[in-house]
Design a protein around this ligand. Structure first.
Ligand code: FES
Ligand SMILES: [Fe+2]
Length: 358
């Protein structure tokens, strides 16, 4: 396992950006403890508004974990009241903004320090995302639109939880530029490949034959893949079906990540029938297995602190420069990525066909 400092990515240990922390369906009014960015959090859904709340885990009174308790009568009788959470130990009550608003055995002014940090969360397409920012700023880019989610003809995803892996996110990010792994790992016959780095987005456009994801020999699979910041990859795939793939990864500790996979599938019926759902499930499974081919490598490799790059590799070094912006103060981002912004084609492999440019 290697750390951010080992890869020399930047001064911040964890990157700035939107990150997945849970599936919407997992978040209820039963608080749960979660861990990301080397920190512990309490995660719950308010009873009054239904809004998701993510707070620093430890009570400022005496350090109790706000969410990790099942036996305290406070936790059993009403851990969450309205949108507030009560500490299991002495029942101090915190609002969704993290401020203590009630101490049951004290009538005086509530100390200013009686608060925990409340994190900006957004629920989007069945997923809970947090904005993580070492500088404590407002989001400076958006979540991916995922406009297909919930639309007629589109089967919504059942997100696969792929688990926690002792791998630095840098290793996963390298994949966006990784032209020569597509044949050996995925069985693709790549005909077109290009990368584009533009602000907070890293894009890969690729097309070619595929062993499993096209209707027959000679058919091409087009994949138009975008990192929306450092933690959310969305790919539009056009082959046997039209699909939208999302792969998210979130740092848990320095050099450890959690990973999810989901696929939206377009089917022939506006209100999907059982055959559509079954086809979508099958396609999701093919996509999940394709991603696990990468996963197996990442789970067993040594860290690539330096890449021994040859000229016909993908532009790994440029992708790594693009990624650095999220580990530096945002004021430095533009200057950092300026040398790599633009479209990059690998010698000997044509770029994206012009008629497919969106
Ligand atoms: S430790 Fe939380 S109320 Fe005392
Ligand atoms: Fe891959």
């Amino acid at each position: 396992m290697a750390t951010t400092a080992d890869y020399k990515i930047g001064p911040h240990t964890f990157p700035r950006g939107w990150f997945m922390v849970a599936l919407s369906s997992e978040v209820t009014d039963q608080p749960q403890g979660v861990r990301y960015f080397g920190q512990d959090f309490a995660l719950y859904r308010g009873k009054k508004t239904g809004k998701v709340v993510l707070l620093d885990a430890y009570c400022p009174h005496m350090g109790t974990h706000l969410a990790k308790n099942k036996t305290s009568y406070t936790a059993r009788d009403g851990h969450v009241i309205d949108d507030d959470i009560q500490c299991p130990y002495h029942a101090w009550r915190f609002g969704p903004d993290g401020r203590c608003k009630h101490i049951p055995y004290y009538d005086g002014a509530i100390p200013k320090a009686a608060s925990v940090k409340s994190w900006p969360v957004r629920e989007h397409a069945g997923v809970v995302f947090v904005w993580h920012d070492p500088e404590g700023g407002e989001p400076d880019f958006d979540l991916p639109p995922l406009a297909e989610y919930g639309q007629p003809y589109w089967v919504p995803w059942t997100i696969d939880k792929l688990g926690v892996m002792a791998s630095h996110p840098q290793e996963i990010i390298d994949n966006i530029a990784d032209l020569p792994h597509l044949g050996p790992i995925h069985g693709s016959t790549v005909e077109y490949f290009e990368n584009e780095f533009r602000g907070h987005k890293a894009i890969q456009r690729q097309a070619g034959g595929h062993r499993t994801l096209v209707a027959g020999p000679g058919d091409k699979l087009y994949t138009d893949t975008v990192y929306h910041g450092p933690g959310i990859l969305v790919s539009h795939l056009t082959g046997l079906f039209e699909t939208v793939l999302m792969i998210t990864h979130t740092p848990v500790d320095d050099g450890v990540i959690e990973v999810w996979h989901g696929l939206l599938v377009k089917v022939p019926n506006a209100v999907p029938v059982e055959a559509d759902l079954e086809a979508a499930r099958g396609f999701n499974e093919s996509s999940r297995l394709a991603f696990l081919q990468d996963f197996e490598v990442w789970g067993n490799k040594r860290p690539a602190l330096n890449i021994l790059q040859v000229p016909t590799d993908g532009p790994f070094h440029k992708a790594r420069i693009w990624y650095k912006q999220f580990y530096h103060p945002r004021s430095e981002a533009k200057r950092l990525i300026a040398p790599v912004e633009g479209v990059h084609v690998v010698p000997g492999t044509p770029g994206w066909p012009l008629d497919r440019v969106s």
